[in-house]
Design a protein around this ligand. Structure first.
Ligand SMILES: [Zn+2]
Length: 176
């Protein structure tokens, strides 16, 4: 996605129907300060979190459109039957993750219902599909797949399209 400044982000937020309280709690600078220009370029998915990482907004870039998805996040996946940490495959990037490095993310569909997905605990799916993380290498050893990086990026994009199309969302735009 295109690199955003704090004022870009605040403008986009002002155009988005998100609870004012969540807007105030978002930590844009903390969430993005270590990102190089190259990493911005490589990110089709970026999370801006609150102080604790329990909620935030996901920025999703699809076909030059940018979407802002408010979410709630719960860290760690445990088996209901044994109570032990349970490994998962991320619903976004299909990376295999240890339960303690995974989580679940929920989006509101309307006032009463929400939809949840299993996800990488760090939400760095764009980095995992590009093999830039140790989790990516662990996952390649766990799952027998013969895919190029481009194919993984394509798969992440098509997964994000499905997730976005199931939510009441319009793309946001910076003013010209
Ligand atoms: Zn992921």
């Amino acid at each position: 996605m295109n690199k955003l400044t704090l004022s870009d982000f605040n403008f986009l937020l002002s155009e988005t129907p998100i609870k004012p309280r969540l807007k105030n709690e978002l930590r844009f600078v903390t969430s993005t300060e270590n990102m190089s220009d190259e990493e911005w370029n490589d990110r089709e998915l970026l999370s801006i979190t609150d102080r604790n990482g329990n909620k935030g907004v996901l920025l999703i870039s699809i076909d030059d459109n940018l979407y802002i998805l408010p979410y709630e996040f719960k860290a760690g996946i445990t088996s209901l039957s044994t109570g032990r940490s349970q490994s998962i495959i991320c619903d976004f990037c299909q990376t295999w993750q240890y339960g303690n490095k995974a989580g679940s993310i929920s989006f509101s569909k309307d006032r009463v219902s929400s939809i949840s997905y299993l996800c990488c605990g760090d939400l760095k799916c764009s980095m995992h599909v590009r093999n830039k993380t140790s989790a990516a290498h662990t996952s390649r050893a766990q799952l027998r797949e013969d895919l190029s990086i481009e194919q993984r990026i394509e798969r992440l994009n098509s997964r994000m399209k499905i997730i976005v199309s199931g939510l009441p969302l319009e793309p946001v735009h910076l003013s010209m």
